[in-house]
Ligand binder design. Structure first.
Ligand code: IPM
Ligand code: MN
Length: 378
């Protein structure tokens, strides 16, 4: 490697189902682009996921977290398998990583791609981005279930900038079984995600942020989010406009006019939902990339899940994971390399005949053939 080469260590959890298949293609294309800016990558793989858990009982040990924290960035394939009860691995691996590394932004762009069929025709292009708060809201983990009408839980947890010590103490008459899950949004949490949304709008050359809310039905939790977001925008970003739109209405408008919005600033839960909707409108999960971004270690991860039904068939679409690789390179300030991957994806999709396109887009190319084709374009 010549003088001045930039070396990056990337922690990788390929995970479950199609995770390892798509991650292999992300690595392949990052490697292909790396020489553009004289960068080199070392990949450090971790086995965590369903099969490791079923074999060893281990979810994500603290020692691995410490090691992962030293990396320049992280790539994650997909976590989740039908053989493990929902929640264990998702919370134990994915959400733990987001929380421990305080990755307070979940950035999920939705972009029209050439020749990718979309369910709702648009006049122009879909080019929007969900800026999802990624550490708070109903994802906080403050909840429980009771069969005897009494819920009394206490927990202590850490988030970026504060610790929470508190709980729930709820009794329902006649011993009625119930469940409760409490959402929590802090002023500092809403402010920082709002700043990120405004910076994102500026980078896109836009002067508007749409705040996705539900302040009519949950005025405490979402009214607060909306108010703090509006205050932050008007006091810190002169010239930036905002509208607040309830999440139900956003879904309605998006389905009718998928190109109507730019930056969508969302609390955690609504961002989860709206980003799937956006991905569907822009051509499918197989091309939806995302980044979990914080001031420390950031983690790049496709929006799609582990898709166990197609795992091992070669039918997985690696485009989302490949675009995650590009996002990761951009985050590492390898802008030209990131541009090269993105434009290679566009050229490949624009020019390749039907049989060499991903299965998801009615083609016949396997996951690794798609990766090869994009790498060749780079
Ligand atoms: C996502 C996923 C996760 C989430 C699940 C697996 C916990 O749906 O990354 O969008 O809800 O954030
Ligand atoms: Mn989701």
């Amino acid at each position: 490697m010549s003088e001045g080469a930039r070396k990056f260590t990337v922690a990788v959890i390929p995970g479950d189902g199609i995770g390892p298949e798509v991650i292999a293609e992300a690595k392949k294309t990052v490697e292909a682009a790396a020489s553009i800016e004289n960068a080199s990558f070392e990949w450090v793989e971790y086995p965590f996921g369903a099969s490791h858990y079923l074999k060893t009982g281990e979810i994500l040990p603290g020692s691995a977290l410490n090691e992962i924290g030293q990396a320049s960035a992280m790539l994650l394939g997909a976590i989740g398998d039908p053989s493990v009860k929902p929640g264990i691995l998702e919370r134990g691996i994915l959400l733990t990583l987001r929380f421990v590394f305080d990755q307070y932004v979940n950035l999920r762009p939705a972009l029209s791609l050439p020749n990718v069929p979309i369910p709702v025709p648009v006049e122009g292009k879909i080019d929007s981005v969900v800026v999802r708060e990624n550490t708070e809201d109903i994802y906080m983990g403050l909840g429980g279930v009771t069969r005897d009408g009494k819920l009394n839980i206490w927990l202590e947890l850490e988030r970026g900038g504060y610790t929470l010590g508190g709980g729930l103490d709820i009794n329902l008459s006649s011993g009625t079984p119930f469940a409760a899950q409490v959402g929590l949004n802090t002023q500092s949490g809403v402010e920082r995600i709002t700043r990120f949304a405004c910076e994102t709008a500026r980078k896109r050359g836009e002067d508007r942020v749409t705040i996705v809310t539900k302040s009519n039905a949950a005025p405490a939790l979402y009214g607060f989010f909306e108010d703090i977001a509006k205050e932050t925008i008007s006091s810190e970003y002169p010239g930036m406009k905002s509208d607040a739109v309830n999440v139900d209405a956003i879904c309605y408008h998006l389905v009718r006019k998928p190109d109507a919005y730019g930056v969508l600033l969302c609390p955690n839960l609504f961002g989860d939902i709206v980003s799937d909707l956006q991905a569907g409108l822009a051509g499918g999960m197989g091309s939806a990339a995302g980044g979990n971004i914080g001031d420390g270690l950031s983690m790049f991860e496709p929006v799609h899940g582990s898709a166990p039904d197609i795992a091992g068939t070669g039918r997985a679409n690696p485009i989302a994971a490949i675009l995650c690789g590009a996002m990761m390179m951009r985050h590492l300030k390898l802008e030209k390399s990131a541009d090269a991957i993105e434009s290679a994806v566009h050229r490949y999709l624009a020019s390749s005949p039907q049989e060499t396109r991903p299965f998801e887009f009615s083609g016949g190319a396997s996951c690794s053939e798609v990766g090869d084709a994009v790498a060749a374009e780079i």
